[in-house]
Design a protein around this ligand. Structure first.
Ligand code: CP
Ligand code: NVA
Length: 313
C-alpha cells in the first residue's frame, strides 16, 4: 500500500489509551475509504494471516475479523482457548512466541486484560484486543465512527452511557476526549468505572476541551445527549452475579421516556448482544433512535482499517 502509515509507532492495539486523537482520526478516514470502496483493498493483505484466540463467546468480533481478513485478501484462523494448548496450561509467553512464527497478527478475546498485555509483550507480531475484562477498544472505535457517520462529525457532541461501568464503558470513556466528545456516565453506586480510567479520561478531556461527568442518575446523564449507550448488566464471566445485578440496576433501563430527555436527534447505541427488557426497552432497541446494527456493521469496516494499519508493514 502506498501511504505513510499513521500508526507506524504502534505494534499493537491493546488499549484506546495507546492512540492519539490524530491516530484515531486517521483510522476513521481509512475506515471511511474501506467502507466506501472495499474493492480497492481486496488484495491489501494478500498472503497475511491472523490467529484469533477466544477465551469466551463471540458473534460480532469473530465474524467481523474473519470476514475482514478474507475481504482484504488474507486468512484468519479461529482458536478456542478450550482447544489450543493454553487450555491445558501452555503459557501465554510460549503461545505468543509460537504463533508469531506462523501468523502475521493475533487478535485475542480474554478474561484478564493482563493476558492481552502479556501476549503483546511476547509476540513479535501485532496483537489486537478483541475484548478483555478491562477494555473493548475495537468496539469503542466502531461506535465513535458510527456517531461521526450519523452526525457528520463528533466534536462537541455528548455520549451518555447508562449502566455498568464495565470494559465497554472504559473504552468509551478513554476514546471520547480523543474525538472531541463529552462522556456522561450514570451507574448505580458500586458499579462505577474504575477510578484510574476516569482519572485518565478526565485529564485527556481537560486537554481537549471536553467533559467527563459521573452520576448515579440516568436522567442527569442523558439530558441533551446526542448518543445514549448501554450494555448488559452482567458481562461474560459475571453470570453468578446476574440476579443481584438485576436488583442493583433497577431504574437503569433505557426506555422511550429516558430517550425523550436526550437531544431530538439522539441515537441509541449498544455494543450487542443486548437483553431487551433489562438494560434496554424493546421500543428503544428496535425504535427510531436505534443504530445498533450500524455499530455492528461498522465493526467490520473499522477493524479492516485497523488490520491494514497494523499488519501491512
Ligand atoms: N460487541 C461484541 O463484541 O460482540 P460479540 O461478543 O458478539 O463479539
Ligand atoms: N460487557 C460485555 C460486552 C460484550 C461484547 C461483556 O464483557 O460481556
Amino acid at each position: 500500500m502506498m501511504f505513510r502509515n499513521p500508526w507506524q509507532r504502534h505494534k499493537d492495539l491493546v488499549s484506546i489509551s495507546d492512540l492519539t486523537a490524530e491516530e484515531v482520526e486517521a483510522l476513521f478516514q481509512l475506515a471511511e475509504n474501506v467502507k466506501a470502496r472495499p474493492d480497492r483493498y481486496r488484495n491489501a493483505l494478500a498472503g497475511k494471516t491472523l490467529a484469533m484466540i477466544f477465551e469466551k463467546a463471540s458473534t460480532r468480533t469473530r465474524v467481523s475479523f474473519e470476514v475482514g481478513m478474507y475481504q482484504l485478501g488474507g486468512w484468519a484462523t479461529f482458536l478456542s482457548s478450550r482447544d489450543i494448548q493454553i487450555g491445558r496450561g501452555e503459557t501465554i509467553h510460549d503461545t505468543a512466541k509460537v504463533l508469531s512464527r506462523y501468523v502475521d497478527g493475533i487478535m485475542a478475546r480474554t478474561y484478564a486484560h493482563d493476558t492481552v498485555v502479556e501476549l503483546a509483550r511476547h509476540a513479535s507480531v501485532p496483537v489486537i484486543n478483541g475484548l478483555s475484562d478491562f477494555e473493548h477498544p475495537c468496539q469503542a472505535l466502531a461506535d465513535y465512527f458510527t456517531v461521526r457517520e450519523k452526525f457528520g462529525h463528533t466534536r462537541g457532541l455528548t455520549l451518555a452511557y447508562v449502566g455498568d461501568g464495565n470494559n465497554v464503558c472504559h473504552s468509551l470513556l478513554l476514546c471520547g476526549p480523543k474525538v472531541g466528545m463529552n462522556v456522561h456516565v450514570a451507574t448505580p453506586p458500586g458499579y462505577e468505572p474504575q477510578a484510574a480510567v476516569v482519572e485518565r479520561a478526565k485529564a485527556e478531556a481537560a486537554a481537549s476541551g471536553t467533559q467527563i461527568a459521573l452520576t448515579h442518575q440516568p436522567q442527569e446523564a442523558v439530558a441533551g445527549a446526542h448518543a445514549v449507550y448501554t450494555d448488559v448488566w452482567a458481562s461474560m464471566g459475571q453470570e453468578a452475579e446476574a440476579e443481584q445485578r438485576k436488583k442493583a440496576f433497577a431504574g437503569f433501563q433505557v426506555t422511550p421516556e429516558l430517550m425523550a430527555l436526550a437531544d431530538r436527534q439522539a441515537v441509541f447505541m449498544h455494543c450487542l448482544p443486548c437483553h431487551r427488557g433489562e438494560e434496554v426497552h424493546e421500543a428503544v432497541a428496535d425504535g427510531r433512535w436505534s443504530v445498533i446494527f450500524d455499530e455492528a456493521e461498522n465493526r467490520l469496516h473499522v477493524q479492516k482499517a485497523i488490520l491494514l494499519l497494523l499488519l501491512n508493514r
